[in-house]
Design a protein around this ligand. Sequence first.
Ligand SMILES: NC(=O)c1ccc[n+]([C@@H]2O[C@H](COP(=O)([O-])OP(=O)(O)OC[C@H]3O[C@@H](n4cnc5c(N)ncnc54)[C@H](OP(=O)(O)O)[C@@H]3O)[C@@H](O)[C@H]2O)c1
Length: 318
Amino acid sequence: MAPGAGSEPWPREPLRLVWSLLAAAFLLSLLLQLVPAGLLPGCALFQDLIRYGKTKGAGAARPAACLAFDVPKRYFSHFYIISVLWNGFLLWCLTQSLFLGAPFPHWLHGLLRILGATQFQGGELALSTFLVLAFLWLHSLRRLFECFYVSVFSNAVIHLVHYCFGASYYVLVGLTVLSQVPLDGRNAYVRGKSLLTQTRWFHILGMMMFVWSSVHQYRCHVILGNLRKNKAGVVIHCNHRIPFGDWFEYVSSPNYLAELMIYISMAVTFGFQNLTWWLVVTYVFCSQALSALLSHHFYRSKFVSYPKHRKAFLPFLF
Ligand SMILES: NC(=O)c1ccc[n+]([C@@H]2O[C@H](COP(=O)([O-])OP(=O)(O)OC[C@H]3O[C@@H](n4cnc5c(N)ncnc54)[C@H](OP(=O)(O)O)[C@@H]3O)[C@@H](O)[C@H]2O)c1
């Protein structure tokens, strides 16, 4: 059977269902933003849920009931602390299993079975899973570093629902990755001695894409951070300015584009054929496209001199 090709009907693959529903919810939100203003009745709660940071608007313009659920956006760092710890633990468990044959803790093994781990087949997935989990952990570690040492946060806020979702998001992503690894009959995972023989061209391509996208995302976050610093690197304000350089020359939110590319690099590492991971990619596409569109509208409404050729999310397209 091809890597990642599951045989169970959809309702028995809870992870696919969850990622499909998330992708559908964000796609619908994106489509609603594309409807011309005034055609549909406005909903303050909906707008408050999908907007965060600079696109949330001035506090005075928002209903008091919404302000009560504000959480500082700088708490984004919490998501990455959770991810580094949780996905570091999963990576450690997988490494122990692959190289020493140590079984997963019972509760984790049970959880993975509930999430559908047993229905996947194919030895190549052990190396793919190991690499993708390592990428996810490295990505979270870099983002944590950026939150503390690169990004300069203003007093921007996110909704409490967004905060709770963000805190659980990387737990779910890590479990999704780990559930792709094949279980053998003894409830232990494929052993590491055959791991290197599983190396395929798409592992190398996925790794190169991951590094390339990560470098660009880092550069974009440096550019954003520098907008609020003087030449000596001292923070001098917390306003929003027009960013220039790197992928900002093509799109308004290249950091969101790079995020999508990072998840696509993982799909490549999975050998292109992992449906569950493509559903994760679809969710990331919809959520990042929505945020990029709202940012694009923010820039165009705030700055009359905003570059006309710059697209929202995808160079030359959208
Ligand atoms: N995988 C996912 O589902 C997911 C979800 C969300 C985010 N992310 C990723 O997390 C990263 C950060 O997301 P984000 O939404 O926080 O990105 P963002 O809105 O671009 O903000 C990044 C940093 O730059 C600052 N900033 C933004 N625009 C600025 C401007 N015009 N002038 C000066 N400073 C500016 C922000 O400050 P303030 O906002 O505090 O003013 C923040 O410190 C992105 O790479 C994104 O792809 C991933």
